[in-house]
Design a protein around this ligand. Structure first.
Ligand code: GLV
Ligand code: MN
Ligand code: MN
Length: 391
């Protein structure tokens, strides 16, 4: 096997793509299952045996599965709703192509190599991002993960077909390094390829605003206890507090009960995504937003309950490894990111690095996300160079 980036990319490009170019690849739904089948075919074509860790994460092995000192590379197939096609799949396609490059060079690895596809990285379906890598490393309890539900009430265990297996015994003892290649998600990269230095701490909080459902045509304005007002104020407050803190806050998902034009809602559920360069700033930001929401609820005669749904602590990637890889790639730049990744979860357990491929527009989590074929091909070469060194 040794094809071009364009040819392999074209095989998956239509899967889960809407007419306007946005992707709907929720974990373990039809498009994701098609991608997972494609993964198995790619592995089979390369004589790579596929193992499943019982959490939904797939590994295609060149060498003995989970043999000592294994090197893992890969990313995820799932997308945010209406997302771009590169966030995730680029790392998996590039990994298979890097294997082809290494084989074409006659490399005989001294260690096993796994191409990995991690499940539910976006948390787009079950709410907790990096669910597969959290399960694998024991960072989330298997029973809690099993019980997470999607918007239709289907649990993760039901979607997976079994209770997730949870922590893989001795993961850190068996794996010597992990490298995830990913599209860069801002405009921070001038050249085709970069190396990640850090991931900002971030998390998700669910805000339940409750009030009195009533008739839009008969309830006087002064008599209302409308949770939509408290929610709307909180959206603005989150934006303002983030600006003041030099941080990021987004409320982009909302569910309204009953969601009728002519009924004051009884419940507005909104999700806060907050990120900052350091943990004290993040904690202070979230505290400030919660305080503003509670104060406003007092004025509106509504209630607010805040539930943390996921925390992704600050990640500083192994500086020695990052420096070595950057030097190997000819002194390529090192840059931090505000985006979360499975590599961030795994970095707490094994030496981990990330390669970024340039994103000319900087757009991500939206249909306009894209990378140039030439840059993607450069990413494959860079990944092959890095893997050859690690193997
Ligand atoms: C995942 O891409 C995230 O940063 O939310
Ligand atoms: Mn993403
Ligand atoms: Mn991603």
């Amino acid at each position: 096997m040794s094809g071009t980036f364009e040819a392999l990319w074209a095989e998956i490009a239509p899967i889960g793509r809407a007419e306007d170019g946005g992707y709907f690849r929720y974990a373990l739904t039809e498009p994701d299952l098609v991608l997972r089948d494609w993964f198995r075919v790619q592995a089979h074509d390369r004589d790579m045996a596929v193992t499943d860790d019982g959490n939904g994460n797939l590994f295609a092995w060149w060498g003995a599965a989970w043999g000592r000192g294994a090197v893992v590379t890969g990313s995820h197939f799932d997308s945010v709703p209406h997302g771009g096609g590169y966030d995730g799949p680029l790392g998996i396609v590039s990994a298979f192509l890097a294997v082809d490059r290494l084989r074409a060079r006659g490399i005989q690895p001294a260690r096993p190599l796994a191409v990995a596809a991690f499940v539910e990285e976006e948390g787009g379906r079950f709410g907790v991002p990096c669910l597969g890598s959290r399960l694998l490393t024991g960072a989330i309890d298997a029973d809690r993960a099993a019980a997470l539900t999607d918007r239709d009430g289907v649990s993760f265990a039901e979607a997976l077909g079994a209770r997730p297996a949870g922590e893989l015994p001795n993961f850190s003892g068996r794996v010597s390094a992990m490298v995830e290649l990913h599209i860069e998600q801002g405009r921070a990269l001038a050249g085709p390829v970069g190396v990640a230095s850090a991931i900002w701490p971030h998390g998700r909080w669910r805000f339940d605003f409750t009030g009195d459902g009533d008739h839009a045509g008969t309830t006087r304005m002064t008599d209302r206890h409308d949770p939509m007002l408290t929610f709307a104020y909180t959206v603005l407050a989150a934006n303002k507090e983030a600006r003041l803190a030099g941080a990021l806050a987004t409320m982009a998902r909302v569910a309204v009960t009953p969601n009728a034009t002519n009924a004051i809602p009884s419940l507005v559920r909104g999700w806060l995504d907050a990120r900052a360069a350091d943990t004290p700033t993040l904690d202070a930001l979230v505290e400030a937003v919660v305080k503003r929401a509670v104060d406003r609820a007092g004025r509106d005669g509504t209630q607010v309950v805040v539930e943390p749904e996921s925390a992704s602590p600050e990640v500083t990637f192994d500086a020695t490894l990052a420096g070595r890889l950057a030097a190997l790639l000819g002194g390529t730049p090192q840059l931090p990111t505000g985006a979360g990744h499975d590599a961030g979860v795994l970095s707490a357990h094994v030496p981990t690095a990330m390669l970024f491929v340039r994103n000319p527009s900087g757009v991500s989590h939206a249909p306009a996300e894209r990378a140039d074929d030439d840059d993607c091909a450069a990413g494959v070469e860079a990944l092959a160079t890095v893997l050859e060194d690690l193997l």
